[in-house]
Design a binder for this molecule. Structure first.
Ligand SMILES: Cc1ncc(COP(=O)(O)O)c(C=O)c1O
Length: 367
């Protein structure tokens, strides 16, 4: 395994390299990928068969040039105003667009999802708010707002639940925070993992029309389990924000397969929520099992992944390497995230059976 691992790829990106890039497509099937933070229970097998049946036609067609249909399908499952949605080729496209069209200077708590601070026009315009490792990288809203005001910033980012921490800020605290920051120009709340935070989903979406400074960003890779289709969206009641984003969005930014997938959402919404709740149960079981390992300090999570710190002297890079080479498991070494030390690993649930194998491998490697 060691010899043919494309190890240099680890140094070329601040994201973890895709498993298939590292070891090839064939080999990737033999490895359990715990970096993959996506719902393993959705799309349903019937949806995948449907996509497969339609693939030849979809590949041979142009996508729709108007986003209205896609927005309609998505809005009907989110129960929101379709005109307030902008759908992107993954949330990453939306994030790049936000950074280029809306932002001069913005507060970004770190460690974070790298696109927010890396894709800003001039990296110096992302004012990094370092979270304290001695407080488990926990974001405290009052401290954050005070810091933002002290620097005279009028735009800020918040990821809830946080990535890579998994920290969930409760809905009532988020609402109070939005009231408190009403004078700001832009508050971006990335809720890519919120569907795994509980039931009912503690999202700001149903309240978003009350806050004109709020822009919600969500990746569908995670909650819908389709990272390869490239789907994400943002929602705001602020027409100025929406129009600026739309002006720079490429025509046909969504491919036909992604558009077809969106049309499958309304008839499969019940199955989606079953899958979501099943995964929430799996993550709780994974969290409890990890907490049983003495060499790990496990952080509370509201997402579909768990972050832990290794406390026995082993580094995250060493643990990642040994899991891959000795147990055929791939986990996220978070050492290359700006603002994070070299002791943290993030694992996303892949279902109870696979998760149990991971816990067993961790038990062996950290004893
Ligand atoms: C917080 C957060 N937002 C957005 C994204 C981007 O997701 P995508 O471009 O796959 O939709 C990610 C991906 O990991 C993420 O963690």
């Amino acid at each position: 395994m060691t010899s043919d691992l494309r190890r240099h790829l680890f140094y070329e990106t601040s994201h973890s390299p895709a498993l298939a890039d590292l070891v090839g497509y064939e080999r990737a099937r033999e490895i359990i990928d715990f970096c993959f933070i996506a719902n393993p229970y959705y799309p349903t097998p019937e949806m995948l068969a449907d996509l497969q049946r339609n693939l030849p036609n979809l590949i041979k067609s142009y996508p729709s040039s108007t986003p209205a249909l896609a927005q309609g399908h998505l809005a009907s499952v989110l129960h929101v105003n379709p005109d307030h949605l902008v759908i992107g080729n993954g949330a990453t496209e939306i994030i790049a667009l936000i950074n280029h069209t809306l932002i001069d200077r913005i507060a970004v708590p770190i460690p974070t999802f790298g696109e927010y601070n890396e894709k800003i026009q001039d990296r110096r315009d992302a004012e990094l708010y370092p979270l304290d490792p001695h407080q488990r990288y926990e974001l405290r809203l009052a401290d954050y707002v005070a810091w933002v005001r002290q620097r005279h910033l009028t735009a800020l980012l918040l990821i809830n639940p946080g990535n890579p921490t998994g920290q969930l800020i409760p809905l009532d605290a988020m609402v109070a925070f939005l009231r408190e920051t009403k004078d700001m120009e832009l508050v971006i709340v990335d809720e890519s993992f919120i569907d795994f935070a509980g039931d009912p989903i503690p999202s700001l979406l149903p309240l978003a029309d009350q806050f004109s400074h709020l822009l919600i960003v969500r990746s569908m890779s995670k909650h819908c389990g389709v990272p390869g289709l490239r789907l994400g969206y943002c929602y705001s009641a602020n027409l100025y924000i929406l129009n600026r984003l739309r002006r720079f969005l490429p025509t046909w930014n969504l491919n036909t397969l992604a558009q077809y997938f969106l049309s499958l959402l309304p008839p499969t919404d019940a199955a989606y929520h079953v899958s979501r709740k099943r995964l929430i149960g799996d993550v709780r079981a994974l969290y409890d099992a990890l907490r049983g390992l003495p060499a790990l300090e496990v952080y509370p999570t509201g997402a579909n992944f768990v972050l832990f710190k290794i406390t026995n002297g082993m580094t995250a890079t060493e643990l990642q390497r040994r899991l891959l080479e000795e147990h055929q498991m791939y986990v996220r070494d978070c050492s290359n995230k700006i603002g994070m030390d070299n002791l943290h690993v993030r694992v996303a649930s892949q279902g109870r059976e696979q998760d149990a194998r991971l816990v067993e491998a961790l038990r062996i490697l950290t004893r």
